[in-house]
Design a protein around this ligand. Structure first.
Ligand SMILES: NC(=O)c1ccc[n+]([C@@H]2O[C@H](COP(=O)([O-])OP(=O)(O)OC[C@H]3O[C@@H](n4cnc5c(N)ncnc54)[C@H](O)[C@@H]3O)[C@@H](O)[C@H]2O)c1
Length: 365
């Protein structure tokens, strides 16, 4: 790692050093100008996991409690990668300090908790960067899809269809992800990424949501302290936006036998663009070119130095987070973005439970 001339390295602390925390550490270690200075996690094995990633002889402060990391003054910025239900309280503690912060998705498990932290962030010191970790925006094929839409390739966007067909939820430390009370539910925990992409592509607020979903296949034979997991593993979710655009999510979490984990398709009045994430291909079809005519574009971002589990998107997200810290510029992805992605997920769960359309406004009363 080389240091940028004339600039101090930004010192990061990572709160929650399980799978995603260590993915953040590996990304930061690959970035010039970033240093991992401290870690916090109540689980000693997770601290050891992270310490090995940083290098067992590297200078690193270890804490069982995130409040001690904040007080240590060892860091300029923190990444929060602890379980979803802990984000609210940890973020409030971080926001009471001057530290820059990137919080992993979902922002919180409910709209009410998201609103709390959005409010707390509004009072922060000037130049402090508060960044919402929604790195699917940074996947190279997703970025290309958004560039094509911005360039007018498909005309006015009318429909957005996102399919995620993937493997079941992995095992997590203490099995926190097996229960909706900890995750906010699958549509919040997993699908906030896709609802965020819909929100970006459509560009106005979501108005109402209807969904059908269930836990049909996964985790039914598991038991934790006498409790069977309650997380849904498949759903269709339809979102209507204020401008009449409609979007749909097709989620299946027992479909690892598929070529692409994510397929995003946006159709406008002049054409269609799709991003196939595992293949890293963007396919474009313009109506003016005739029926069945498409062009296919392999996509890669040469800046990516670490692929990780998310096709290099976390690395690209960190480059922008670091650039914002250095320049004091506002975040490209905000806590409000996080709130609106959680809102669609929460509305989806309410729709499944109550069998009706749910107005997003209901979640704000
Ligand atoms: N952006 C993505 O694509 C993506 C992918 C995976 C996970 N995540 C998010 O990252 C977060 C962590 O998920 P994970 O997969 O790493 O889970 P994990 O179980 O592997 O790790 C979570 C870690 O947090 C620790 N922890 C628990 N309570 C804590 C607290 N109060 N303070 C500090 N640490 C605490 C646990 O001991 C564990 O080591 C979640 O919010 C999850 O939604 C995001």
């Amino acid at each position: 790692m080389t240091e940028p001339e004339g600039e101090e390295r930004v010192r990061y602390g990572v709160i929650g050093t399980g799978m995603m925390g260590v993915e953040h550490i590996n990304n930061l270690l690959a970035i010039d100008g970033a240093a991992v200075a401290a870690i916090a996690d109540p689980e000693p094995l997770s601290l050891d996991f992270a310490h090995h990633a940083v290098g067992i002889d590297a200078p690193l402060e270890r804490f069982a409690d995130h409040r001690d990391l904040i007080a240590s003054e060892a860091c300029d910025a923190v990444v929060i990668a602890s379980p979803n239900h802990t984000h609210h309280d940890i973020l409030l503690d971080v926001l009471a300090s001057p530290l820059h912060v990137l919080v992993e998705k979902p922002l919180c498990t409910t709209v009410a908790d998201c609103r709390d932290v959005v409010e707390a962030a509004a009072d922060g010191p000037a130049g402090r960067v508060v960044w919402m970790g929604l790195e699917y925006r940074y996947m190279p094929p997703t970025q290309r899809l958004m560039e094509e839409i911005a360039a007018g390739t498909v005309g006015n966007v009318r429909m957005v269809a996102i399919r995620e067909h993937r493997f079941p939820f992995l095992h997590k430390v203490g099995n926190w992800n097996r229960f909706t009370r900890n995750t906010g539910g699958t549509l919040v925990e997993k699908c906030c990424h896709y609802f965020d992409l819909m929100n970006v592509v459509v560009g106005v607020r979501p108005r109402r949501v209807v969904a059908s979903g269930a836990q049909d296949v996964n985790h039914l034979d598991e038991e934790y302290d006498g409790e069977i997991p309650d997380i849904i593993d498949n759903a269709y979710v339809v979102v209507e936006y204020e401008n009449g655009v409609r979007a749909m999510l097709d989620l299946c979490m027992f479909a690892e036998a598929s070529k692409n984990e994510q397929e995003l398709c946006v159709v406008g009045d002049e054409g269609r663009v799709e991003a196939l994430v595992s293949e890293s291909i963007v396919r474009i079809g313009r109506r003016a070119d005739g029926i069945g005519r498409t062009t296919e574009h392999p996509v890669a971002d040469p800046r990516v130095q670490f692929e990780g589990f998310h096709h290099g998107s976390s690395y690209l997200e960190h480059l922008d987070f670091l650039a914002a810290i250095r320049s004091g510029s506002p975040p490209a992805v905000t806590l409000e973005d996080g709130l609106w992605s959680v809102a669609i997920g929460q509305a989806g769960h309410r729709s499944i439970e109550e069998g009706r359309w749910v107005d997003i406004a209901e979640l704000f009363t």
